[in-house]
Design a protein around this ligand. Sequence first.
Ligand SMILES: *Cc1c(COP(=O)(O)O)cnc(C)c1O
Length: 374
Amino acid sequence: MIHLSRPDITEKEIAAVVEVLKSNSLSLGPKVPEFEKAIANYVGRKYGVAVNSGTTALYLCLLAMGIKPGDEIITTPFTFIASTNCILMAGAKPVYVDIDPTYLNIDPARIEAAITPKTKAILPVIVFGNAWGFDKIVEIAKKHNLPILEDSCEGLGTIYKGTKVGGFGRMSCFGFYPNKQVTTGEGGMILTDEQELVDICVSLRNQGRGKGGGWLAHERLGYNFRLPDINCALGVVQATRIDEFRQKRRKVAQMYQHLLAGENRIIIPQEPQGGEMSWFVFVIRLANKYSQTHRDHILKRMFENDIQVSNYFPPVHLQPFIADQYGYKPGDFPITDAVCQRTIALPFHNNLPESDAKVVVATLKKCLDEADSL
Ligand SMILES: *Cc1c(COP(=O)(O)O)cnc(C)c1O
């Protein structure tokens, strides 16, 4: 089986975790601030707040920024469900804007038309580790005096037009599930330059406790979204390797680009001008003449050939619980719909051997031949 994704764990990470296990300090210990500083320093932000997932990171940011039921948040329908779920969890309304057909991020040229008096923030996503358009999103947000909550969960290590991903938003979030560039098993990180927002997030992740108020003094409705020291220790070592990870991933992406060159039945993902991607995943798309039926056939046949692939992403606005609530239907966001029907995420990780990439590409070509005769 050639796996879709694999973490990159060395003896150093294992030793760091074992050290915590021997320390008796498994949670709320010294590894938490160490991990927060490591990620904040890497990106060049003042503060980091570690939490137990990327989803809870996004949710706490919305609460810290004062988002309330009835508020509207502008976001993309082409993303992982967490980008929308955090908005729904805060009681706000996701307002979708269609995507750019080449780079697949929210299309900055369509954002202004979606702004209403109820709009309280823009939540753009670094889709697949690509920050195309974020310079323009920052300009629009400034012009309309709207904060950006940057969902950079797929983009740690990416640099775009001189800014490291995580550096665009008033608040930014990373996720550390094992398929992400950096992993802590499960985990997330909030970045911001504002102490006041940090204080709220620190309180919310720890049962609403206040600064210096003691273990059983609760200032607000809070949660247990803490990230254990065991996970933070793993993250501290991974954080020293972010540039290594970016280089390895770019090499694997270039390998696929080379092996797939000239295959005109598919669209091969490319880095945008002015950027160095850290490549979360490698997602090809079938040419427009193919339908979702062809794509789904290829996914099934790749699995039957022991190659894990995936359909990143189905449209968020058409997930039944969202479509039912807001009345969305196919065709509302035509670019997203067209892209979602044709994507295939190929096996992709730091240490994917060239021999595996060759098997993936040869099998893909065979499956494309089959699709041609459907
Ligand atoms: C991974 C991811 C998240 C966070 O996911 P968790 O599993 O909660 O860590 C959020 N947004 C996007 C776009 C993601 O890919």
